[in-house]
Design a protein around this ligand. Sequence first.
Ligand code: SAM
Length: 241
Amino acid sequence: MTIQVDKSAGRIREMFREIAPRYDLANHVLSLNLDRYWRWRTVRAVRLRDQRPVLDVCTGTGDLALAFVPWARQVGATVIGTDFCPEMIALARRKAQRQSASRQVEFLVADTMQLPFESETFQAVSVAFGIRNVVSLEQGLAEMVRVCGPGGQVAVLEFSWPRSRIWQKVFGWYFRYVLPHLGQWIARNHHQAYHYLPASVEQFLPEEQMCRLMNQLGLKGVQALPLTGGAVTLYLGRKPP
Ligand SMILES: C[S@@+](CC[C@H](N)C(=O)[O-])C[C@H]1O[C@@H](n2cnc3c(N)ncnc32)[C@H](O)[C@@H]1O
């Protein structure tokens, strides 16, 4: 089934509003719980060093923002998670309360295309499986770089296509033919969210172009770390001091 990737803000927000209540369950089932590992790898790769806050954009139900909390606490920093879907933010706030993390983490409704923060505020700015959905990748990333402080890190976790032929076949089969139906069954919605997922990943920038874009936006030492055979890639870059 070919899905037209329509990234208009209204459609994307409505799609995530609809799947929000079942989003976490779908994530853990569809990724065989690997999503937790991918976020853990992201948090480990980001070195928190001072008291400037950490920002996680397109935070959804807040899992990556919450994964930063124990590390942020060690350096006396706080974490902010933002998303333009109020239903996702409500779930993230509830999760923070359940984890007794409400004092360290704050969740706000905000569009990644226009972040409501002063430039150079955060010591690290992250996004997991979100930047692919933003209507303009360049503008979303540019905003992340803008609010990142001098010497700070920008981390982007995103799906990608594995390099090995065999893994490509296995992953491609699962991603194109199994996941959309399983996902739709778990998180019923009118927007074919789990058909949109593989289509949007196929149309996302290849690794080299993504690294080039991060470089062009002013980040240094940009690297792409393939995880789980390249099914997911963690992009890292640092803003010059
Ligand atoms: C696939 S979910 C990822 C959620 C979370 N980061 C995770 O790792 O599970 C993508 C999220 O991006 C949000 N999103 C998409 N476009 C956005 C935008 N322009 N501004 C803010 N949030 C956006 C959606 O509302 C959704 O919650």
